[in-house]
Design a protein around this ligand. Structure first.
Ligand code: F6R
Length: 590
């Protein structure tokens, strides 16, 4: 969460810096700001809202060759100008991504119980104090004070700051929050991800944990946690990132449309011999853990179903829960981590934990060069390219494809190629299909406060993701439930106003789903059915007709209409699906 851009060079960096900051808006859009040097003084412009608003605030001639910028997703402290970053205090301007967990130790007494003040605001005061202690000001002496304060801090950070008395210099540090250096044309940039740097930098260096340093237009110094100077090995920027994003009105819509291709690309790119080699020595007794957050976790739930055919012991845990229930992780486990961004703090922490316990780690990650991608023993890339809309759609399709291919690799009948070819064939056929009646579903649900998503087995697992998607962009409360559970309590909510969306794609459970629909209908409840089966579909008030396929492939058929339903409902209600309230794309704080 929170995006950082900083740059120092020989030319005016403000216009480019603002554009780069715009590319980081997916990390948060509660507030935005920049600080810069002009004639030896620090100035700042900040606003509540996103970078477009910030640009309006900066619509006068700012000319500066040193700048830092920030887009905020609030964790501690309310959304207000004081907490908007850069934090300006005395002679310092500071931007921070992460959390200072022990910030209260730094806060004044009257701030101890004040939840409106941000951790960064309190922490900056201590940096101010530390720098006031200096008898002699130089880049290295300032850096030492900064480092001492970091050594006494707990939490995660990517920080950059400007100090009035060194006007050609940016200080930085990184721990458990991403930070990348980039070589531009007569300037050096610092950003929260490679993508933000991709339009203006030729080469990048991903800072490692606990590195810190300073940069001016002539010098760059990076140190490790022991204070030893580090060599910098620049690498070429990832080419995929340079492609411009789809220029549609709504990015989520384009990305939903790109989902099928993302899945196909993932299968095309999947290296069966590499993965099979990794899996070769695994016995069916091996314990498999799958973990991730949100949509990535939901993809993992479906993979359990596929993998269970070969491994009786597969557990799927939310990454945040994995951290709590970690006692069984040891060298006999394989831990599979799923993540679109490869930067999600909870998931990243799990990877580190699994590695400490000497478990084998495998990542299904959509962003090459991300922290998780760099850390796992074996990486499978989800080929969805960069996803911009906050709600994960095409990355989910790519994750599903990668997980399906992975599960086919352990197929004891060695029929993996046949299985994957069949999936490709299905995906290609889905590209030409128009799904009807989704608009009618939108009209039926748009004014509801709350609805159910019901399914059994695989359908229930897809329902989990359908519900998350609808909830996050349309702000309707949606509960996904195994259909058999309805009668054990939740049926109490059913009346003539209540809508249940029933998913029924599985031959094995279709009769049971018919019973579930009857139970709702005889209480007057409205039912929308997503199904290929005529006898189930006809029982619904609205039938969204799907194509029929093998039970285990049904998630690929179901996901597209559910994503589209979420998107269309948000649009119908007048919300911007690309930037749902309170959310940010990359959750880099625990
Ligand atoms: C939902 C969504 C989130 C993410 C979750 C994990 O649409 O986008 O639930 O799936 O925050 O993010 P990654 O996959 O980047 O680890």
């Amino acid at each position: 969460m929170c995006g950082i851009i900083a740059g120092v060079g020989e030319v005016n960096l403000i216009p480019t810096g603002l554009e780069m900051l715009k590319n980081l808006e997916y990390r948060g859009y509660d507030s935005a700001g920049i600080a810069y040097f002009e004639k030896g003084e620090i100035f700042a412009q900040k606003c509540i809202g996103g970078v477009d608003k910030l640009k309006e605030c900066c619509a006068f001639n700012i000319d500066s060759n040193v700048m830092i910028g920030h887009t905020r997703w609030a964790t501690h402290g309310k959304v207000c100008l004081q907490n908007a970053q850069p934090i300006i205090q005395n002679n310092i301007a500071l931007v921070h991504n992460g959390i200072f967990e022990n910030y209260k130790e730094f806060a004044y007494e009257f701030e101890q119980n004040d939840l409106t003040v941000s951790d960064t605001f309190c922490w900056t005061k201590y940096l101010v104090k530390k720098l006031e202690e200096l008898a002699f000001i130089s880049e290295e002496s300032v850096l030492q004070q900064f480092k001492q304060l970091l050594d006494n801090s707990r939490g995660s950070w990517a920080i950059c700051f400007l100090y009035k008395y060194l006007p050609n210099c940016i200080f930085f540090a990184k721990k458990d929050s991403p930070m990348v250096l980039g070589l531009g044309d007569r300037c050096i940039w610092i950003g929260s991800d490679e993508y933000a740097l991709s339009q203006v930098c030729r080469k990048v260096y991903h800072l490692e944990n606990s590195q810190y340093g300073w940069v001016s237009s002539k010098n760059l110094r990076v140190y490790d946690k022991f204070g030893r100077e580090c060599d910098i090995f620049w690498s070429k920027i990832c080419n995929d990132l340079k492609e411009s994003k789809t220029q549609n009105d709504c990015i989520m819509e384009s990305e939903i449309e790109e989902g099928i291709d993302s899945a196909i690309q993932t299968l095309e790119n999947f290296d069966f011999s590499y993965v099979s080699k990794f899996l070769k020595n695994i016995s069916p007794k091996t314990k498999l853990y799958i973990s991730g957050c949100g949509t990535a976790h939901n993809a993992g739930k479906i993979a359990k179903f596929w993998l269970n055919k070969h491994f009786p012991f597969v557990e799927v845990e939310y990454a945040s829960e994995f951290l709590v229930n970690q006692q069984n992780i040891d060298s006999n486990c394989i831990c599979i981590f799923v993540s679109q961004s490869g930067e999600t703090a909870d998931t990243l922490k799990c990877v580190n934990l699994a590695k400490e316990r000497q478990a084998k780690t495998l990542g299904i990650v959509n962003m090459e060069n991300s922290s998780i991608a760099n850390l796992v023993d074996i990486l499978i890339l989800g080929k969805s390219q960069k996803e911009y809309a906050v709600a994960a759609t095409k990355s989910y399709m790519a994750q599903l494809a990668a997980l399906y291919a992975l599960s086919s690799c352990v197929d004891i009948e060695k029929s993996h190629l046949r299985k994957v070819d069949r999936l490709k064939e299905l995906l290609l056929s889905l590209k030409n299909i128009t799904i009807e009646r989704i608009d009618d579903v939108v009209e039926l649900i748009k004014d509801r406060q709350s609805i159910y998503y019901l399914g059994r087995g695989m359908d229930y697992l897809v329902a989990l993701e359908g519900a998350l998607k609808l909830k996050e962009v349309s702000y309707i409360h949606v509960e996904a439930m195994p259909a058999g559970e309805l009668k054990h309590g939740s049926i109490a909510l059913i009346d003539s106003d209540f809508v249940s969306i029933v998913l029924s794609t599985q031959n094995a459970t279709k009769e049971k789903m018919k019973t579930c629909i009857s139970e709702i209908k005889c209480r007057g409840g409205k039912v929308v059915v997503f199904s290929p089966f005529v006898d189930v579909g006809q029982m619904g008030d609205i039938w969204v007709k799907l194509i029929e396929c093998e039970d285990e492939l049904a998630p690929f058929v179901l996901s597209y209409p559910l994503q589209r339903l979420a998107y269309l409902t948000a649009k119908r209600k007048g919300f911007n699906p690309d930037k749902p309230r309170n959310l940010a794309k990359s959750v880099t704080v625990e």
